[in-house]
Design a protein around this ligand. Structure first.
Ligand code: HEC
Ligand code: HEC
Ligand code: HEC
Ligand code: HEC
Ligand code: HEC
Length: 431
């Protein structure tokens, strides 16, 4: 019940009609109402045909490809990204730099060493979804057994070309650009070309948890597709691919890329006094607006973004005392209970803003006022790996998870900064 009310509050704030529907449904029971609210929220912008198609396309695991047809050219018979890269060099060079190519990195592989086949399968559905990438499969009798088609090398490559483009060795892809004649049939058969490759529904299977999964404060844990539906982007024809695969590029840049994140937000500062002096009171404001991110900024509960303000001394250290302030942008989950709780959700929806207000008397030690935005793309994982590593160095996976911890720290970056010099009182110089 509490869950349904919370969802009514959140959705109702923006679209009153949804509030009415939700309140009527609360009597019918929390679970039923949530399902219907979800369906109601999706009607209109959902590409229903693409959604039907993606459900059958993304059967997981993706059925084994079987033997490659004899008439295919030799390099086109293999499933590894390098096979495709031999001819599709542009996509391959992009993909290699992308996070999809690192989906079986040390953070996942390290945890796998302590997991049964059934547990691994729950992760492989998104991280390496082809049958050939699964060490074990579930037999008809419900038992998990070693998979004779398993290819460990293919598994280690994560979200490979073949997972998105091959079904029974048949190529699937977007429509040909106008005026271009197909030539691929001589190489690996005529591809099945469909508009669905340009629909957001194509990405939904791995970037949106189903409505039947855990609902926390009215929202699934991964809720990107539904967040996108609630923005103006679907009606402008802007899909996930428009922003994440511009010009067909295979880079899928996101919050790990400072340039991409900068393009998704606008940051402004304002000061009550542009030339602050020691002893004066000053009010500074740092505002971040979601102007170009097609979902909540950020969409997952894993990153954290901080708005920060501080007085720095002449060596650049924060002046001790109450001379700094910060605000966190994150959806923070409480995983110590089941179902999980939500500690807070301060993420910024498209068109919305968040501000940090900093009002202080300028301390004598201040050489500058510093305003900045700090991004930790893997904030949740840093804490998770640290607590896992407390089990000791000899614990299976400890080596990979130490590497994953280091990677999560290396991914942090400065998104924005502004330094405002403080006018020094006469007679106090640096000479
Ligand atoms: C021996 C060269 C070769 C290899 C290897 C190869 N392809 Fe192709 N592929 C082609 C050619 C040539 C085309 C046609 C391209 C064009 O018309 O611009 C094509 C077309 C395609 C298309 C459809 C694009 C269109 O024409 O609409 C997809 C998708 C595709 N390949 C995926 C793959 C994947 C995935 C792999 C690896 C599993 C792969 N290919 C391996 C040569 C190759
Ligand atoms: C996460 C899924 C995904 C993966 C992984 C992926 N692709 Fe694609 N690919 C797409 C989508 C979606 C499009 C359509 C993009 C568009 O037109 O907006 C596409 C388009 C293409 C095309 C059509 C030509 C074009 O640029 O429009 C080719 C060829 C292709 N991909 C090859 C590859 C190769 C080779 C790899 C691996 C190195 C790969 N893809 C990995 C999803 C994927
Ligand atoms: C519904 C799809 C989905 C499932 C199922 C899933 N993941 Fe992920 N995972 C993602 C996405 C999307 C990201 C990237 C976003 C993020 O960083 O949270 C990710 C990121 C990660 C990362 C951090 C990045 C990295 O590679 O180090 C780890 C670790 C991870 N997942 C482990 C797991 C494990 C273990 C399981 C199974 C218990 C699992 N995932 C199940 C979609 C999924
Ligand atoms: C079969 C599952 C699957 C599909 C389909 C899929 N992804 Fe992903 N995606 C993942 C996983 C898993 C990760 C995280 C990998 C990791 O960090 O370990 C990821 C990561 C990403 C990221 C990384 C962002 C960042 O910086 O953290 C972006 C952006 C992304 N995907 C966009 C897309 C788009 C757009 C599509 C549709 C064209 C798509 N994905 C389709 C599984 C998938
Ligand atoms: C209008 C452009 C736009 C659209 C549309 C869009 N995104 Fe994004 N996306 C961004 C920007 C900018 C970022 C980087 C800032 C951030 O992380 O929120 C991002 C970040 C991400 C991330 C990184 C993880 C995170 O926590 O933010 C993932 C995954 C992702 N998008 C997936 C998707 C999927 C799936 C869709 C379609 C349902 C989609 N995006 C639609 C612009 C867009």
């Amino acid at each position: 019940m509490a869950v349904a009310e919370a969802s009514a509050k959140r959705d109702g704030a923006r679209t009153p009609w949804r509030l009415v529907i939700t309140l009527t449904l609360v009597v019918a029971g929390a679970v039923v109402s949530l399902v219907l609210v979800a369906a109601g929220a999706e009607s209109g912008n959902v590409n229903a045909k693409a959604d039907q198609w993606q459900i059958s396309y993304w059967k997981k695991p993706i059925p084994a490809q079987g033997r490659a047809p004899e008439n295919y050219l030799k390099p086109a018979r293999g499933l590894l990204p390098e096979n495709c890269g031999a001819c599709h060099a542009a996509q391959y060079e992009d993909w290699k730099q992308s996070i999809h190519s690192k989906a079986m990195g040390p953070g996942v592989a390290g945890q796998f060493l302590t997991m049964e086949f059934s547990g691994q399968a729950a992760c492989l559905k998104c991280h390496a979804p082809m049958t050939e990438q699964w060490g074990g499969l579930r037999s008809d009798d419900g038992q998990w057994r070693a998979n004779s088609a398993f290819n460990a090398q293919l598994q280690s490559r994560g979200m490979v070309c073949s997972a998105c483009h091959l079904r029974g060795h048949k190529r699937h892809g977007p429509p040909l650009p106008p005026g271009k004649t197909p030539v691929s049939q001589a190489v690996h058969g005529e591809p099945f070309r469909t508009e669905f490759f340009r629909a957001s529904e194509f990405c939904k299977g791995c970037h949106q948890h189903p409505a039947s999964s855990m609902i926390i404060n009215g929202k699934t844990v991964e809720n990107t597709y539904r967040e996108w539906l609630d923005t103006p982007y679907p009606s402008q024809g802007k899909s996930c691919q428009s922003c994440h695969m511009p010009g067909g590029r295979h880079l899928w840049k996101g919050i790990h890329d400072p340039g991409m994140t900068r393009a998704g937000v606008s940051i402004f500062t304002s000061l009550s006094n542009e030339q602050p002096k020691v002893g004066e009171e000053i009010e500074a404001r740092l505002t971040l607006t979601n102007t170009g991110t097609g979902h909540a900024f950020p969409t997952y509960p894993t990153p954290a973004v901080y708005l920060k303000a501080a007085f720095l001394d002449k060596v650049g250290a924060v002046v001790p005392g109450n001379f700094h302030k910060e605000k966190i942008i994150q959806r923070s989950l409480d995983m110590s209970v089941y179902p999980w709780g939500e500690k807070f959700d301060t993420r910024v929806l498209p068109g919305e803003s968040v501000s940090l207000n900093f009002r202080r008397r300028v301390p004598a030690a201040a050489a500058s006022l510093y305003l900045w935005v700090w991004v930790e793309p893997d904030n949740f994982y840093t804490g998770f790996y640290r607590s896992f590593l407390k089990r000791g160095k000899d614990f299976p996976g400890a080596e990979q998870l130490s590497q994953a911890l280091q990677n999560s720290l290396d991914s942090q970056y400065l998104l924005f900064s502004r330094t405002v010099p403080i006018e020094q009182p006469v007679g106090r110089g640096y000479h």
